[in-house]
Write a protein that binds this ligand. Sequence first.
Ligand SMILES: [Zn+2]
Length: 185
Amino acid sequence: MSPGTHLLFSWLSTAEILKNRRERAIVSISGIAPDIDGIGIVIDEISGTTDLYFQYHHYLGHSFFSALIISVLAMLIAKTQKCAVFVLSFILVHIHILFDVIGSKSADGYQWPIYYLYPLNAEFFITWDGQWELNAWQNQVVMLCLLAGCGYYAVTKKITFLEVFSSRVNDEFFKMYFKYIHRNT
Ligand SMILES: [Zn+2]
């Protein structure tokens, strides 16, 4: 699924469990971190001769070993609830992989296989026959549900996924909300 879906799902998963913004942001980033292996697309665009995106996307970041590395790094960076940060990051990388398996088919019908045991085993991969396209209605329904969840936490806890980027961005959002929208309702 799209990085936006991974980010919102990961952030929502932290809202009840992690007490501080720093740890919520770290775990949310863990949830989208597997897609860093798609960064080769930028180099491909610039060079015009490489094919790094096709070579490495769903290999390097979408494996058991990358889940382990991402979770350990997240735990080391966290200052509080380190154990929860590790467990949540590990689970969310796997949910990311699951989401990609079920709903990331390219428009041309290509199913991105997940090389879960890479680099130890470059032959084994995971795909699912029923996989739907990246812009299918199922993904849009998932996104609507995630946005509804974000709305719930914005109202009840005054936090949004914007805090992943900085607490100031989150605070500015509520300042604007109370200044321009809440005042007029
Ligand atoms: Zn992915």
